[in-house]
Design a protein around this ligand. Structure first.
Ligand SMILES: NC(=O)c1ccc[n+]([C@@H]2O[C@H](COP(=O)([O-])OP(=O)(O)OC[C@H]3O[C@@H](n4cnc5c(N)ncnc54)[C@H](OP(=O)(O)O)[C@@H]3O)[C@@H](O)[C@H]2O)c1
Length: 403
């Protein structure tokens, strides 16, 4: 994957030939470099179309099926009529033996699905694995399954920056799936929402840099994050002591927490660096510069983001609105000049439980040296759907079409 090699060079600011193997991509460890080399030996060009034709449907496994993303994936497979022959749902030993509801689709009738523990045996013979579990589970299960011939689309961050693993947002770089050696990564949720909004403008005017502030919902931390916010709000409403936080570092209700992930030596968090590292890889812009502040907010669902974009060429807010009006995956919601209730801009309550990224508040960036080449915008999207589950199923659909 030539683009990612260029990306690695730019990220390290020295030629790849002068690097130790472990410096070959951001976050590389000896284990990841060895895994990348192993994946490189597997064939590319995997498609699910032949298996559907041969078997009449696919054996699909959802790993992490009881979590926020996993449950949504199951609903997306139903809603989008994914060609299932069998659906296996896997969780931890804690929930093995319990059942999950399956609403059914045109290919697989409604029924309860029995949960099994996520093990290599439980994945034997599966055609497609949709990953919605943590990095350690991904590392333990998916490379071996890919070697056995399964295709994996994973939501953890374990494989995202590996050069041999495509990192895909179908509205931006759908053709990258052809370079997969069995594992395809779903990007970080805040990154997907930002890039679906920024990409149509980047294509038109050439993107040089972005400054992003995120307002990320509690559900971004999974089921425990949602439960913690609900419990804190309930305690506050009843005038009771707020329970000790465990999913977040501090109380989230009535608060904002300017930390998502661990800090690096420069003071950026891991979540903030994803916007730059993953953004470069997805948009094939190895020199893109991104400054970012990620903030957890007491919203249940849907991430919102303030995005400042600096371009190579001049672009006006009117042009940007025209480009975004017809862009895939985008809904333009930018009517600030009218009186309420007709006044409209993107908000989490409006964007939850649907798949589009809403974009509004588009204006010249007066803080830029050349405001004619700089825009500010505000975008908002359901990070469990478009930021995770829907994007994952869309990637699988690309493989069905053999793209
Ligand atoms: N939440 C989001 O908005 C979001 C967005 C993008 C990406 N992601 C990523 O998606 C992944 C899942 O996130 P989430 O928010 O859905 O987390 P979550 O709600 O905490 O769910 C975690 C899931 O992992 C399962 N699990 C735990 N140990 C397991 C094991 N040994 N084998 C198989 N499954 C096991 C849990 O099953 P039990 O119920 O049995 O414990 C549960 O189903 C994470 O990598 C996360 O970073 C999340």
């Amino acid at each position: 994957m030539a683009d990612e090699r260029v990306f690695a060079e730019a990220a390290a600011e020295e030629p790849l030939s002068e690097l130790e193997p472990a410096d070959a991509f951001p976050g590389a460890t000896a284990e990841l470099v060895a895994l990348n080399d192993e994946l490189a030996k597997l064939p590319t060009g995997a498609t699910l179309a032949e298996k559907v034709a041969e078997k009449g449907g696919l054996d699909v496994a959802v790993v992490g099926a009881t979590g926020a993303v996993g449950r949504q994936m199951i609903d997306c497979l139903a809603e989008r009529d994914f060609p299932l022959r069998r659906l296996r749902v896997l969780g931890s030993a804690r929930t093995a033996g319990e059942t999950l509801p399956w609403q059914g689709n045109a290919h697989l009738a409604a029924d309860d699905l029995e949960l099994h523990e996520g093990t290599a045996e439980a994945l034997a013979g599966v055609d497609l694995i949709l990953g919605a579990a943590a990095n350690d589970i991904a590392m333990a299960l998916y490379p071996a399954a890919a070697k056995e011939g399964a295709i994996v689309v994973d939501n953890s961050s374990a494989f995202r920056l590996l050069p041999e693993v495509p990192l895909v947002v179908p509205e931006i770089n759908a053709t990258d799936v052809a370079e997969s050696h069995g594992i395809i990564a779903n990007p970080n949720c805040a990154t997907i929402i930002c890039l679906v909004a920024a990409w149509p403008l980047a294509k038109a005017a050439g993107l040089r840099s972005m400054v992003v502030s995120t307002y990320q919902a509690a559900s971004g931390a999974g089921r425990r994050g949602m439960e913690e916010l609900v419990a804190e709000e309930a305690a506050l409403a009843l005038g009771e002591p707020v329970p000790e936080p465990s999913a977040f570092a501090y109380q989230l209700a009535l608060n904002l927490i300017p930390q998502i992930g661990g800090f690096d030596a420069r003071g950026y968090t891991s979540e903030e660096m994803k916007l730059q590292n993953e953004g470069r890889k997805i948009m094939h812009l190895p020199a893109l510069r991104v400054g970012c502040t990620c903030v957890r907010v007491p919203v249940m669902r849907s991430h919102a983001e303030s995005v400042a974009l600096r371009f190579e060429r001049p672009i006006t807010p009117a042009e940007a609105r025209e480009l975004l009006r017809g862009a895939p995956g985008v809904r333009l919601v930018d009517e600030p000049a009218v009186e309420p209730p007709a006044r409209r801009y993107p908000m989490p309550l409006d964007t939850s439980d649907q798949d589009l990224v809403y974009v509004g508040r588009i204006r010249e960036d007066l803080g830029a040296e050349d405001p004619s080449r700089a825009l500010e915008l505000w975008c908002c999207g359901d990070q469990i759907r478009k930021g995770a589950a829907t994007n994952t199923v869309q990637i699988a659909e690309l493989l069905l079409a053999g793209e």
